[in-house]
Ligand binder design. Structure first.
Ligand code: IPD
Ligand code: CA
Length: 299
């Protein structure tokens, strides 16, 4: 049931997590249909922070659609979408910061197409990612993968689900050597150089490594028990907020690459099934080889 209270001079009804989830699903499915129908058919409009950081008109169109759907139902909510933010790590961290203080009652954090390079190349691995926070704590996460029609959802304390019916659970392996690790190299040499150092150290001690081209998809796959681990430095809140809730709700563990529990501000992420010593062994290894962070240059 909805809870009512006064905000400034206007009556505002705070929606339940389940009401929020329903609207996020509608928005994600609509945007997902555009992604599926136009994958490989849309040219790059421009590059952003680096030549590897792509944007197309579909990114903006999908975001506008999602924002319109969410605002129709929740006009009081705040909205942080990738396409409204200037390029680069500093702008992305600052944009998030501007919504954290003071904490917002309801904040939508949206990546309309996570996996834009795949989308442009016609590779069917891209998702819509919508994370929702109440006063800086995640309450709802939705990741929609339109090609296989896979909808990953979670509400805080309620578990994580695939297509609304199958409860998700992280994978059971408890040894690092039996782990399959997902990763991305980001879109700058600064991040890629750090990541390659980490991956070189992890390669001999894991079963395999996979780069699917979408951080949010990797996280959904950790929640679904398809990947054991996801590791990547310098991601933005819209890449990982929804997926972090999914992994936690599926019984896994999400921290930064030094083992500090995930918050909305986390940029260097390590998500795992949390079994045995897998998580701490990876943290130790990354710190040892200096692959736990790709510092943002201040100028
Ligand atoms: C990118 C993807 C990719 C990751 C990059 C992200 P985008 O997001 O998640 O897997 O390696 O760091 O920026 O640009 O496709 O939304
Ligand atoms: Ca994107």
């Amino acid at each position: 049931m909805s809870r009512s209270y006064k905000s400034l001079d206007m009556a505002y009804t705070s929606p339940t997590d389940s009401e929020i989830l329903d609207v996020c699903i509608i928005a994600a499915r609509e945007a997902g249909q555009i992604i599926r129908d136009t994958c490989g058919k849309i040219a790059v409009e421009k590059t952003k922070a680096t030549v590897q950081d792509l944007v197309t008109v579909a990114d903006k169109n999908c975001q506008d659609l999602i924002e319109a759907r969410l605002k129709e139902r929740f006009p009081f909510a705040d909205f942080l979408g990738e396409e409204n933010v200037a390029a680069g790590a500093i702008a992305s961290a600052q944009a998030l910061q501007s919504f954290l203080t003071p904490p917002r009652d309801l904040l939508f954090i949206v990546d309309p197409i996570d996996g834009t390079t795949n989308f442009v190349s016609g590779i069917p691995f891209s998702v819509v990612s919508i994370g929702v926070a109440r006063r800086n704590e995640l309450c709802v996460g939705v990741i929609y993968e339109p090609y296989r029609d896979e909808l990953f959802t979670s509400m805080k304390g309620q578990g994580a689900f695939l297509n609304g019916e199958k409860r998700l659970s992280v994978s059971p392996e408890s040894l690092l050597i039996n782990s399959v690790l997902g990763f991305g190299l980001g879109s700058s040499s600064r991040v890629a150089t750090t990541m390659i150092k980490g991956l070189s150290a992890l390669e001999p001690v894991t079963r395999g490594q996979r780069a699917l081209g979408s951080a949010a998809l990797h996280l959904a796959y950790v929640a679904a028990g398809r990947l054991t681990v996801f590791y990547e430095c310098d991601l933005s809140s819209w890449d990982i907020s929804a997926g972090s809730l999914l992994v936690n709700e599926a019984g896994g563990r999400v921290t930064d690459t030094r083992g500090v529990p995930y918050t909305l501000e986390t940029r260097d992420i390590l998500a795992s099934n949390g079994k045995g010593n897998i998580h701490s062994q990876i943290v130790d290894l990354l710190v040892k080889v200096g692959a736990d962070s790709a510092p943002i240059p201040l100028s």
